[in-house]
Design a protein. Structure first.
Lengths: 405, 615
């Protein structure tokens, strides 16, 4: 199975040479295959700049290795500024004016859903890279939409497994007040209560996204005196929450289970104030030395003189998935592409991944571990790779969650 | 009990931070009447500059506090440059026009900050000597927050001293009360305005710099703070420092305790407070009614006559192009034209209350969004066909327009505008929070047109017909007796009342009509996009409408049309050409503001009149 996926190492080797030797010469011949990519570049630059860098790297590698079936791939990038209505307009532009063969991208959940619905209506393939919402492949899933990143449900389920091992019974939650935060909390409560019926949730806080009043929120959580906390905030909210929480002693003698906090995008800004011993999902980029990850990391470093973030992995793998699809697909017709995408396997940076035929969710997983301070910086320790496929509901349940055609 | 004490202290710390930013804004507004949208950008720059200074200067007290003060002064100087180069040139422009200029500055600063400091959040060092926490009633409270609690009152005290004990301060207060009179008495207004802008910007910079040990520095700080700062200023009463302090206190504490009871209230709390305060006290807690305008700015606007023949021909030619050309264009171009048509109606609806009505609205997107949601909800829950949905859209928007308008039109000036914003935000938060019905921020999907209107071209003609029809109808309304009454109450409410015009009723109906027109635009937009999201009634969309009207020119009937076409077209083009579209759009806006202070259509009219005599 792995053998059929693209040979990443060969591509990387080839790319390195080609990039150094003759960057201007396109090795692939024929008219380029165009990919339309839409993302909230101006609204979410911290995640999306490394994402786009890696996207460009991957594209260069694919083209340096001869492209896809002798044709180069090229990408038309568009910025939706975080507005779903603009994303829909730009999708129309990419499909009608730029003549792209397929659409990809998306960061915010509502943008992802809008693009998914556009894809369904206009019968065009949409490979969602980052949007985490479960609705994208379940309640709002459709034939033309596929998603790479491990969903809110999957990442919550990974953390519930760890949370259930803790002795804590009194839990509090804090999450940004929008769909992602709300569903993460809902799944966490539901799954944890199922795994450990005697837990109780004593407080919940829903600060507005990007506007947390950290002091008051920390105090309100402390007032409920929970034994453990489930955190979903990220970015600036997380930074402010951690700073106020540590000064006020919220995290002392309390375990914290936290979504996405191990991702360098969110962990690194905390510097030496990164919290210790939180159970997190994330991406310990400097420690993963696997045959699929190490070459990626080094190639990214060479190309951009920077280390990869999780966004980089998502961008890189989206291109690699699309390249694998294009190699396999007999034509660029949407229906052929969609059929090819269903059940597509490819070698991701994290290992082999499959886009499940049943719900179009990829089995890309995440790393689960705990945070430590190393050389004055946050890092992950005792981590393991949680395979995405092990944290999805059974097929029967999925069928009830997703409208069946 | 202990918890409540700490919660109150946390609220105080937030209130203090909020006050620092709001005080600068209120001082600037009080004197110059400029609605400074860029105040949040100055706050963000303060934080970024403080980060750079503090991390480069040697560690220790001098490095840290020197960095904070240095950043504040630098931001003050930046504000001074903005005033001298930009705002000074447009003080005579119509009310709120400066908002357009400052919005250009916001866009420019956003891209520049990202270019200079990078996209990643920056976490500054903690304040030396104030790193830890102390025990209060057996619980830990950060020393720095305690320090912040002290800073607010100290700054308030210093400002009060400055304004009451120095000649400069006296002049500022005089100018706040009556600008013309101060000018007439021979005071150098230019110096006064520039120095006030310096002070206000410095306070914004200080507010940002002092957040360094508390929060991460990031690119979203500007827009996150600006609305709250405005709310504080308006709730306190425009130009009133103690009012701002009181309002900051009120909001900070309500916030701290509110989240104990309703954790999800943070989205909407400040706007609820503002709506309540303004309904009860139309000039904020401590504000005074604006002195009756005499001459100058408050004079009657020029009477709007019928369009000159040349303009009619131009309009007809444009219309002919809009009808004949699209079949030869691609699908994408047609969908852009559809959006342009919708934007024209949306801008025209705002223009009705802003131009002839004489009342700005910062919340016009609410009616656009209610129209869109009305159509989408009808489609989703009632299975209504497209035409029924489109008919329902203006109905829903009109009803809510009358409901909200009932409170808004009693107020005047910025207070009225901010009350419309409050209602818009309340409507937005309902759409955002009521997940079961509205789908929350994931929105309502699958609102696609009926089969016959599905082709882009057909839908375009439908949108064109409805938008053009509604826009022309609004134009007709302005020329009808109702429009005359509307303009009469704008130019002189007293005289209008004296000749038997019910100013309140006229304004109210005008507001409702504008809302219904925005609803038509929203309904068309919903079916054009196939989905509806809370962003449809978010602040950015209200601001867009405002920018379109101001860019085109408030005092001409063609203004909103020109403005909508220019703004939407420009943005659509720039986004596709460059990643730095905000920087370029911001620069273009600033240049347009400098060269066409009457708006595009206003400038065209001025030129026309200069050549052909008074039309």
């Amino acid at each position: 199975m792995v053998g059929r996926a693209i040979g990443r190492r060969q591509i990387l080797a080839g790319a390195g040479m080609a990039a150094l030797a003759a960057p201007g010469i396109a090795l692939a011949q024929g008219e380029a295959i165009r990919i339309g990519e839409i993302n909230s570049y101006t609204a979410q630059p911290a995640f999306l700049q490394p994402y786009r860098n890696a996207w460009i790297l991957a594209q260069e590698q694919v083209n340096a290795a001869g492209g896809v079936n002798g044709r180069r791939i090229e990408t038309v990038f568009r910025d939706d500024a975080g507005r779903p209505e603009d994303a829909v307009r730009l999708a129309g532009e990419l499909v009608n004016a730029e003549k792209v063969s397929l659409l990809a991208g998306g960061f915010l959940s509502n943008v992802g859903l809008a693009l998914g619905d556009f894809a369904n209506q206009n019968k065009k393939l949409f490979v969602a890279s980052e949007p985490l919402t479960d609705a994208l492949v379940w309640s709002r899933g459709n034939r033309y939409t596929f998603r790479l990143r491990a969903s809110t449900y999957m990442q919550s389920a990974m953390l519930v497994e760890e949370a259930a091992k803790l002795p804590a019974r009194r839990w509090a939650t804090v999450a940004p007040n929008y769909e992602y935060g709300q569903s993460a909390v809902r799944w966490f409560k539901e799954l944890l209560s199922r795994a450990k019926p005697d837990v109780e949730f004593v407080a919940e806080q829903f600060p507005a996204l990007g506007r947390i009043d950290a002091g008051a929120t920390v105090q309100a959580l402390a007032a409920a005196n929970p034994e453990a906390i489930f955190n979903v905030t990220f970015g600036a909210d997380l930074t402010n929450f951690v700073r106020q929480g540590s000064t006020r002693g919220l995290f002392e003698r309390r375990r914290v289970v936290s979504l996405l906090t191990g991702e360098p995008e969110y962990l690194d800004p905390l510097g030496d104030e990164a919290p210790e011993n939180w159970i997190v999902t994330g991406y310990p980029w400097e420690q993963i030395d696997t045959p699929s990850h190490t070459p990626f990391r080094e190639a990214y470093r060479r190309r951009w003189n920077d280390y990869p973030r999780l966004g980089s992995v998502v961008g890189y793998d989206t291109v690699m998935a699309i390249a694998a699809l294009l190699r396999k697909s007999p034509s660029l017709e949407t229906e052929a592409l969609v059929d090819g995408m269903s059940g597509l396997r490819f070698g991701s940076v994290f290992g082999p991944v499959e886009f499940r035929a049943i719900d179009h969710q990829s089995t890309m997983g995440a790393f689960v571990g705990r945070t430590v301070l190393k050389n004055g910086k946050g890092a992950m320790a005792d981590w393991r790779y949680a395979e995405g496929k092990d944290y999805l509901p059974s097929d029967e349940v999925v069928r009830t969650l997703r409208p069946q055609a | 009990m202990e918890n409540l004490v700490l919660q109150a202290l946390s609220g105080l710390a937030s209130a203090s931070s909020l006050f620092l930013v709001a005080s600068g804004l209120t001082v600037i507004f009080g004197v110059s009447r400029v609605v400074n949208f860029a105040h949040g950008s100055l706050y963000m720059l303060g934080a970024y500059l403080a980060y750079s200074l503090v991390t480069t200067l040697p560690r220790g007290h001098l490095g840290f506090w020197g960095g904070v003060i240095g950043a504040a002064v630098l931001v003050g100087l930046i504000g001074l440059v903005v005033e001298v180069l930009l705002l000074r040139r447009i003080y005579r422009a119509p009310e709120l026009f400066q908002l357009l200029a400052t919005f250009g500055v916001v866009l420019i600063v956003q891209d520049l900050a990202q270019m200079i400091w990078g996209p990643q959040d920056l976490l500054g060092p903690r304040a030396p000597g104030l790193r830890g926490s102390i025990e209060i009633v057996g619980m830990r409270f950060p020393l720095y927050e305690l320090f912040l609690i002290g800073v607010g009152p100290v700054v308030l005290g210093l400002l009060v001293l400055l304004f009451h004990r120095t000649r400069w301060g006296t002049l500022v207060r005089a100018a706040t009360q009556d600008r013309e009179m101060v000018g007439a008495l021979g005071v150098n207004q230019r110096m006064l305005f520039t120095s006030v802008f310096f002070l206000g910007s410095l306070l914004a910079g200080l507010g940002g710099a002092l957040q360094l040990p508390r929060e991460s520095v990031n690119l979203h700080m500007d827009l996150a703070i600006i609305t709250e700062a405005f709310v504080v200023v308006v709730v306190g009463g425009l130009g009133s420092l103690t009012g701002a302090a009181l309002a900051a206190l009120l909001i900070g504490e309500l916030h701290a305790f509110g989240i104990l009871i309703v954790p999800k209230i943070t989205l909407v709390l400040v706007f609820l407070v503002m709506a309540l305060v303004l309904v009860v006290r139309p000039h904020g807690l401590l504000g005074k009614p604006e002195a009756a305008a005499r001459g100058g700015q408050g004079s009657a606007e020029p009477v709007i006559g019928p369009a000159p023949p040349a303009l009619r021909w131009l309009g007809l030619a444009t219309l002919a192009v809009a009808v004949v050309l699209p079949p030869f264009l691609g699908d994408y171009a047609v969908s852009v034209l559809t959006e342009l048509a919708i934007a024209v109606l949306f801008a025209a609806s705002l223009h009705l209350i802003m131009g002839p009505g004489g009342m700005a609205s910062f919340g016009n997107a609410a009616y656009f969004g209610i129209g869109a949601y009305g159509a989408a909800l009808a489609a989703q829950w009632l299975g209504a066909p497209m035409l029924a949905g489109l008919a329902l859209a203006p109905l829903a928007a009109g009803v809510f327009g009358l409901l909200f308008g009932y409170f808004c039109v009693r107020l005047s000036g910025v207070y009225a505008a901010m009350l419309t914003l409050a209602f818009a935000q309340i409507a937005w938060s309902v759409a955002f929070q009521w997940v079961e019905v509205t789908g929350g921020d994931n929105g309502i999907l699958g609102v696609w047109p009926s089969a016959w209107a599905a082709p882009k071209l057909v839908y375009y003609y439908l949108a064109l017909a409805l938008c053009l029809g509604a826009t022309l109808f609004l134009r007709r309304v302005v020329h009808a007796p109702f429009g005359y009454a509307l303009r009469a109450q704008r130019d002189s409410a007293l005289r209008a009342e004296a000749i038997g015009i019910d100013a309140f009723r006229i304004r109210w109906l005008g507001f409702g009509l504008a809302a219904a027109a925005a609803g038509v635009a929203g309904g068309l937009f919903a079916y054009g996009k196939g989905s509806v999201f809370p962003t449809y009634m978010g602040i950015p969309r209200s601001v867009d409408a405002l920018l379109m009207v101001l860019l085109g020119g408030v005092q001409t009937l063609s203004g909103p049309i020109v403005g909508a076409l220019a703004f939407t077209g420009l943005q659509e083009q720039l986004v596709r050409i460059t990643d730095l579209w905000r920087l370029i759009l911001g620069c273009i806006i600033v240049l347009l503001v400098l060269f066409f202070p009457q708006g595009l259509a206003g400038a065209a009219r001025a030129r026309w009149e200069a050549r052909h005599g008074d039309a």
